[in-house]
Design a protein around this ligand. Structure first.
Ligand code: BES
Ligand code: MN
Ligand code: ZN
Length: 495
């Protein structure tokens, strides 16, 4: 569950009991408030003894410092001055949050002796704290130190830009809220979160002013979504398609469209996956989670843009009624697909969602996120998502947003040589390519359903779940994509 530490900004403060956080860089930079928190310079002595050199994100913990009003002083390393960009301060906030654990009162002295913190820096530190405070402990009946995070901590960030920083806190809280929502959805087990339950999470965005429609099986049948429905037919839990519209922009402006793969559990279907590691497939809705999370952020901060979010929600199960390898289905586009492997189901869900989106909304661009292929993990590992696009401008905008938020992507090639690998003898296409370039042939498949609309596909199989541990995230579900999409909209559609 998302934990909400209390964060306030203050222009001045007296150090009281609790934890004092002071900063110290490799370049000699120190917190201007160090003298208040540590009048006897105990921290300097301790730094010498511990050989603490102010390396980036290093911490020095001093308990019961003599002569200080604080119970504990934590010195956090700033590293070199030239490496302190936006993401640095977010990570620093995360690092502080992780270090103070469940202290009750924390004062962070953010202004440096020779460089005052800007309001943006202060808000970024706050964002880092909020992101790191996340815990998924819904099912822990006995809370431990590990699960008992900094939910009840009161952070006071002391800096001269406090007044302006306060105004930026709302947006930071909106972002943290959307990321926490996405992480929760990815972490939640599939017995609790089926397509219907997931759709209800989308519906809940109505509270924020999002217009939400939920399409049921009957409506999808009428629309001819044979590809999506073919995947769903093996599950006793019926599919849903959630359509979320945020209209914060001008009435005539075409929307940005975000489309997500929401396979609540992927057994592989009749082409079943091996047992080992299959539990991870509860996270096969990471793309849909990012889309809901992003819609949550945009609505919470009342973004001045028109954005539509569409997520295809199904469960991929083996069953007497499940689709078989060799089945041929007809997608909403009219194109027929030979299903040669029922485990390549994500593209079958997305192709109908993409076609429906393009057909109904004529969007300015479409961006889909999906835990689509194991092949992208082989190619890129866990630090970059795969970026595929038919539009260089859109790809560049997304790459820039990815760098700005540290939710990075690496662009992958596409082309007719790859496209022909999914031609089928018996239908218009098949749902798998050959042995090689699996992430690319999956992208080529999607491309056949987007027409001329600028489109990008982000394969998040390596980044949405089983995430690498960072200062701002220790959770299995990372919420990858939420900050990226929010930033993309903010930088390209809100001015
Ligand atoms: N959901 C998986 C992809 C995946 C793998 C996500 C590992 C996260 C971690 C997807 O539906 C899948 O099974 N893809 C197959 C495609 C293949 C059958 C062409 C794959 O990657 O093996
Ligand atoms: Mn699969
Ligand atoms: Zn899948």
């Amino acid at each position: 569950m998302p934990m909400k530490p209390e964060i306030i900004f203050s222009r001045t403060a007296k150090q009281s009991s609790g934890v004092a956080v002071i900063l110290s860089g490799a370049d000699g930079a120190v917190s201007a408030g160090a003298g208040i928190a540590d009048p006897q310079e105990v921290s300097k002595k301790a730094a010498k003894i511990a050989d603490f050199k102010g390396k980036e994100m290093a911490t020095l913990d001093i308990l019961a410092p003599a002569g200080s009003p604080a119970d504990r002083i934590v010195v956090v390393g700033l590293g070199e001055a030239d490496a302190r960009g936006e993401q640095f301060w977010i990570r620093l906030g995360g690092q502080i949050c992780g270090t103070v654990k469940s202290a009750k009162k924390v004062t962070i002295w953010l202004d440096l002796a020779d460089a005052k913190a800007t309001a943006e820096i202060a808000a970024n530190v706050a964002l880092g704290i909020m992101l790191r405070a996340y815990r998924f402990d819904t099912y822990k009946t006995r809370k431990s130190d590990e699960t008992d995070g900094p939910g009840n901590v009161r952070f006071t960030i002391v800096c001269s830009a406090a007044t302006t920083a306060k105004r930026l806190l709302g947006d930071a809280a909106a972002v943290a809220g959307g990321v926490a929502l996405a992480r929760d959805l990815v972490n939640e087990p599939a017995n609790i979160l089926g397509p219907v339950e997931f759709a209800a999470k989308a519906k809940a965005l109505a509270e924020l002013g999002v217009k939400v429609e939920i399409l049921t099986e009957r409506e999808m049948k009428k629309l001819g979504m044979g590809a999506l429905l073919g995947v769903a037919q093996g599950s006793v839990r019926p599919p849903r398609l959630a359509v979320m519209q945020w209209s914060g922009g001008k009435a005539k402006e075409k929307p940005v469209a975000l489309i997500g793969k929401g396979v609540v559990f992927d057994t592989g279907g009749i082409s079943m996956k091996p047992a080992s590691g299959m539990e991870d497939m509860k996270g096969d809705m990471g793309g849909a989670a990012a889309v809901i999370g992003a819609m949550h952020v945009l609505a919470s901060r009342k973004a001045k843009a028109n954005v539509v979010g569409i997520i295809g929600l199904v469960e991929n199960m083996p069953d007497g009624n499940a689709q078989r390898p060799g089945d041929i289905v007809t997608s909403m586009s009219g194109q027929t697909i030979e299903v040669l492997n029922t485990d390549a189901e994500g593209r079958l869900v997305l192709c109908d969602a993409l076609w429906y989106c393009n057909d109904r909304f004529k969007p300015a661009c479409m961006i889909n996120l999906a835990t689509l292929t194991g092949a992208i993990l082989v190619a890129l590992g866990k630090n970059h998502a795969g970026l595929f696009s038919n539009d260089d401008g859109l790809a560049a905008q997304l790459s820039a947003a990815g760098i700005a938020t540290a939710e990075t992507m690496w662009r992958m090639p596409m082309g007719p040589e790859y496209d022909k690998l999914i031609d089928s003898k018996n239908a218009d296409m098949k749902n798998i390519g050959g042995r090689y370039a699996g992430a690319i042939t999956a992208a080529q498949f999607l491309k056949r359903f987007v027409g001329e609309t600028p489109w990008a596909h982000i394969d998040v199989a390596g980044t949405a779940m089983g995430s690498v541990s960072t200062e701002i995230n220790k959770s299995w579900g990372s919420g990858y994509g939420v900050r990226l999409l929010d930033r993309f909209v903010r930088d390209n559609y809100e001015r």
